[in-house]
Design a protein around this ligand. Structure first.
Ligand code: G1P
Length: 275
């Protein structure tokens, strides 16, 4: 029922310089697959087969990745290497990919608003590819679709983080509905530990209702002078229209070197177990 998933991928990835000097951070691989591919696989597993990218300068490798590479494919045709491309070929066959560009870095909220042209008037998923999610048993976005079907409002995936790390995230608090669901009352972008309403952090998975676009249009720049999605969600939360969902599984912060290494070790161990 939710068919579209938006990937804001315009950010520079300065924490991974020099690796990200001339290539998108979303193309950094965990084993042999680029980060963004894990995200697209998660979206498709949730039934979202329209993949919308908000890109920027230096991001063309993402478009090329989700396209046929004739010379290469011809060269490896019939060799043992051919099967390594099957996973991305499946995505290319099953998904429609659309792109638009964010010219100025004005924040996640601005990137989502630019994505409106690709999304239109329907609820949609958002995946921040730096957050690599391993859902148990099914993907985090697939779990969130079920939550959406029940509550019919915006959904954010959350997990507890150490108090000293709350200033890296959007932090939520509200009314606990059961072990996994909270009706959000407050959302604060990157608060100091002293100001944080809790230690429940939004990770990079959202389902948003399309009224978010009008709210974003009227959201002034917030934390760090950027238009914050968290601030727009706070407007929905004031009407009881945001559910925070404690997902089942784990997530790796691949925007940090430590999280990137943890993810690599996790997938390497899993690969060895499967061999
Ligand atoms: C963004 C959001 C933040 C969220 C985080 C999840 O921040 O603004 O609310 O908690 O993603 O990864 P960023 O990491 O882009 O600074």
């Amino acid at each position: 029922m939710i068919k579209k998933c938006l990937f804001p991928v315009a950010g520079y990835g300065t924490r991974f310089l020099p690796a990200t000097k001339a290539q998108p951070k979303e193309m950094l691989p965990i084993l042999t697959k680029p980060l963004v591919q894990y995200g697209v696989e998660e979206a498709l597993a949730a039934g979202m087969d329209h993949i919308a990218f908000v890109t920027g300068r230096n991001k063309r490798a993402i478009e090329d990745h989700f396209d046929i590479t004739y010379e290469l494919e011809d060269m490896i045709s019939g060799t043992i290497r051919e099967s390594q491309l099957n996973c991305v070929r499946n995505l290319i066959e099953q998904c429609t990919f659309t792109y638009t560009r964010q010219n100025h870095m004005r924040g996640l909220g601005d990137a989502i608003l630019i994505g409106e042209a690709l999304i239109g008037e329907q609820p949609f998923g958002v995946i921040l590819a730096d957050d690599l999610g391993v859902g148990e048993p099914d993907g985090i976005m697939a779990q969130m679709v079920r939550v959406y079907e029940k509550y019919r409002c915006s959904i954010v995936a959350v997990e507890e983080v150490p108090v000293e790390e709350v200033d890296k995230y959007g932090i939520v608090s509200g009314q606990r509905l059961d072990d996994q669901h909270i009706r959000v009352e407050r959302m604060v972008e990157k608060p100091s530990p002293l100001d944080a309403p809790s230690n429940l952090a939004v990770i990079g998975r959202y389902i948003l209702t399309p009224d978010i676009f009008d709210i974003l249009r009227n959201t002034p720049p917030g934390k760090n002078g950027e238009v914050q999605l968290t601030d727009a969600l706070q407007a929905q939360a004031a009407n009881g229209k945001v559910i925070a969902y404690r997902f089942r599984g784990q997530r790796f912060d691949c925007g940090s070197i430590e999280g990137f290494v943890d993810a690599t070790n996790f997938f390497f161990n899993r690969m060895q177990e499967q061999q």
